[in-house]
Design a protein around this ligand. Sequence first.
Ligand code: NAD
Length: 431
Amino acid sequence: MASTSTTETEEPTEEPTEHESALQTARRQLQHAADHLDIDPNIVERLKHPKSVHEVTVPIERDDGSVDVFTGYRAQHDSVRGPHKGGLRYHPEVTRDECVGLGMWMTWKCAVMDLPFGGAKGGISVNPKELSDREKEQLTRRFTEELRDVIGPTIDIPAPDMGTDPQTMAWLMDAYSMQEGETIPGVVTGKPPVIGGSKGRDSAPGRSVAIIAREAIDYYEKDIQETSVAIQGYGSVGANAARLLDEWGANVVALSDVNGGIYDTNGLDTHSIPTHHEEPEAVMTHEAPETVSNEELLELDVDVLIPAAIGNVLTADNADAVDADIIVEGANGPTTTAASEMFAERDIPVIPDILANAGGVTVSYFEWLQDINRRAWSLERVNDELETEMLAAWTDVREEFESRDVTWRDAAYIVALSRVAEAHDARGLWP
Ligand code: NAD
């Protein structure tokens, strides 16, 4: 049975450092947005804390017959606008505080998209590469059982994250459904389509990054046909964004994976370069006039830079050397707080992750709707509705950006926090 606690966690330091925890950054960004708004400070204080954090022990029998015990978490931040929503990650560095901070980000991401969800994040502190498939399945089924009372289609809906995938979600759905006595696909999203997953879910975060980049290009009065783009990371987010922007006429001049990057000022043929999922880490095998390191890629003279690999790659150390006109965050948290401030001083717009890569959670919402209605949507419908949702969110954020003269990140947080705070205000404090 899950234990519940809301114990105090670390506060942000006065000045942003390059090594803030996810929770410190999330609280700093919340306070920053609140400073622009006339919100009841009691609501802001509530939002600095998770609604609940569940810490569970997950024992499994290893293939050699021994038993290992792992610790799992589910941090549920806020549910004023609907059930909690957020990923489950299997990674050795998963901690309680990381789940709280990332759960808070999910609240803002859902709210900026105006989805009827609140934020959550969870995971198990484990290295999934050291587990066999059977062990991973055991771990997932036992974790699901430990969380069974606190998840569900109207309570909290997990999704894949680092170290988990559609198969993990299928095991979770099966374990939950077996105990409930009926098939309940809406308990998780990111499932294989054959058991209620949505078409277009895999490509959705990259698609939303491309849509938002296209809108930003237009907003800054550039012609997409004459726009050069550099993208770090060629996986689910980076490759889907690259191929769409390429199809829409942009000149994708640089791409990279963990091994380094390729650069061609005449533009790369993105469709002939295998993505991380088609052939892992194969970007460098593609012939190109020049190769660049991942560090050099971030400093190329391009119109649009899309960091789409990992977090904290744009820092105080390289922010002054970045030569892009617009940055669109494909990865989660690629820009440190200090670097964000340097970009603001240099008037380089940074379109934030909570807007740009929110296509993933948006199509998760579509998946949940399809599961509840037992009616699958066509890929065309998914992509059309995603386009509509992304344009609506872009317009909401752009209006705040223009009227308040703030950064794009602040504008997105202002949109999100206004919605969450208004909902708290309307519902009041119980009892
Ligand atoms: P992925 O595993 O599909 O691909 C990651 C890519 O980044 C690969 O090409 C890999 O080689 C490259 N990479 C890994 N380490 C690198 C490094 N140190 N330097 C340069 N490149 C490196 O991952 P993804 O799903 O595309 O996720 C990328 C980012 O986007 C992550 O920050 C993730 O949290 C975020 N994100 C993903 C989703 C999603 O649903 N896939 C949704 C929102 C945000």
